[in-house]
Design a protein around this ligand. Structure first.
Ligand code: ADP
Length: 466
């Protein structure tokens, strides 16, 4: 089933809660009314009983008693009636009220009277309808001898109660209906800003990510939603801009060697050349092609490790991984007259992708070897500190200005000193390192000074099970 709209749900909740409140209030008010009406009847019955008793004590007969009651209570007595029973249960006298039939005396009332207690009860009398009956024993020398019964019909009380109930049953649904209509209007008005915001958000497309949703300034949930969406748009805009810049830079990096290649071939083809000449052109073209292949490979690896892509998370033991890197690095270092050695290696396990981590660390080692002149040293170490594994690659190479530290991690950035050395780098190595390390929840830091060498440190969170 299709879920209800937010507006319908709010309205239903509102009406439902109001219905529950009204039901409780109605039930309570009905019981209070019923109780107070009976209290009133009981009080007047007690007053009549008192008069009957006092008048009888003065030795007066039935008609006198009635007259005394009428004098004292006035017309309020009109629908009440009483009877005086002797110890045998025979009626000594009774009132001349509209229903002169004898009053029913329940077993319970008789027993209570025998124990000197009065009883008040509601009885269904076939002749008179529902009656409220008060039975009072009259004690003479501690023994109950006679009984006074006073009764009042409950028909009018019941009628008043049933009219009240009918009114409630008619008014409660009307009130709930009105509240639901009001609730629907309120919900609709409360959701109006949300509708406006989604309309505004729909108009923002990939082409105009610079646009933002406006805040109303109330600092409420709607403004917070606008802030959240704006922050998301900002992130998207930055990511889009970065990817555009990356594509432009990549195209530029590809175009330079391709233009050189084309130029060389064109010149070679302009006239007949000697075999040596052709060999030289081909050898130089091969260099450009090799550079292009390296660039294409780096681009591929970089795009695969871009942030946002899921990293496989298996436990990776860093120690053997670093030994592998050390071995590969040592071979390459030996070829260019650089000494490669290991410093401290502590056991450390992190969660992540072993292949990607190996490639990242090897990139740092390759750079250290590339930018260290013959006779220099490259050192690799692995230590653990405050829940982190620290992989450090230190070299005694050419270094760079500390101000360039942030720039070198951007794709295609190569410092002038590196360009001068013509190492064949693509400028993607450190960008790749950073993206792999960030995807692993870590960070890369660098310290360097021109001529004094560089130190790159990768920090990775250790597995908690360690
Ligand atoms: P490249 O392919 O040019 O090595 P990287 O992204 O790996 O690209 O490095 C970017 C730039 O940072 C390099 O061109 C170089 O100028 C500088 N760099 C990186 N590592 C070192 C290092 N160990 N010593 C000096 N400069 C370095």
């Amino acid at each position: 089933m299709k879920p209800l709209s937010l507006r319908a749900r709010l309205t239903l909740w509102y009406a439902g809660v109001l219905l529950a409140i009204l039901a409780v209030v109605s039930a309570l008010s009905y019981s209070v009314l019923r109780w107070s009406l009976l209290q009133q009847v009981d009080a007047s019955l007690a007053a009549v009983a008192q008069i009957v008793r006092e008048t009888d004590e003065r030795g007066a007969g039935g008609s006198e008693v009635e007259r005394a009651i009428r004098e004292l209570l006035g017309p309020g007595f009109s629908d009440q009636f009483f009877q005086f029973l002797d110890p045998e249960g025979r009626s000594r006298f009774r009132s001349g009220a509209p229903h002169p039939g004898s009053l029913p005396l329940s077993l319970e009332a008789r027993l209570n009277a025998a124990h000197g207690r009065q009883t008040v009860e509601t009885l269904e009398d076939p002749a008179n309808g529902p009656l409220r009956v008060l039975t009072v024993p009259v004690l003479r020398a501690g023994r109950s001898v006679e009984i006074i019964q006073v009764a009042a019909p409950l028909a009018r009380t019941r009628e008043a109660l049933s009219r009240y109930l009918t009114t409630l049953l008619a008014l409660v649904p009307v009130a709930v209906g009105l509240a639901a209509a009001g609730g629907a209007v309120i919900a609709s008005r409360a959701l109006q800003p949300v509708r406006e915001m989604s309309r505004a958000a729909r108009q923002i497309t990939a082409e105009d990510l610079g646009r933002r949703l406006s805040r109303r300034g109330a600092d409420d949930e709607i403004d917070h939603l606008a802030d959240t969406l704006n922050a998301m748009l900002e992130g998207l805009e930055a990511a889009f801009a970065q990817s555009r810049r990356f594509s432009a830079d990549a195209a530029h990096e590809l175009r330079t060697p391709l233009t050189a290649l084309k130029g060389e071939m064109e010149v070679a083809l302009r006239a007949a050349r000697s075999p040596e000449e052709y060999r030289r052109v081909l050898a130089s073209s091969l260099e450009e092609v090799e550079h292009l292949i390296r660039l294409a490979e780096d681009l591929l690896v970089f795009s695969r490790s871009s942030p946002g892509l899921a990293v496989p998370t298996a436990p990776v033991d860093l120690e053997p991984l670093l030994l592998e890197v050390l071995e590969t690095g040592a071979r390459r270092a030996q070829g260019v007259g650089v000494t490669m050695r290991a410093d401290t290696f502590e056991p450390a396990t992190v969660l992540g992708d072993a292949g990607a981590l190996r490639r990242a660390i090897l990139n740092l080692v390759d750079n250290a070897i590339k930018y260290t002149p013959a006779g220099g040293k490259v050192e690799l170490s692995l230590v653990t500190a405050s829940g982190q594994a620290l992989v450090t690659v230190r070299d005694t190479g050419i270094g760079f200005e500390p101000g360039a530290a942030a720039r070198i991690f951007e794709p295609f950035v190569r410092l002038d000193a590196a360009r001068g050395r013509d190492t064949g780098g693509t400028g993607l190595g450190l960008a790749l390192v950073q993206s792999v390390v960030t995807a692993h929840g870590g960070a890369v830091e660098v310290e360097s000074a021109p001529g004094a060498g560089s130190r790159f440190t990768i920090r990775l969170p250790l597995t908690s099970s360690k």
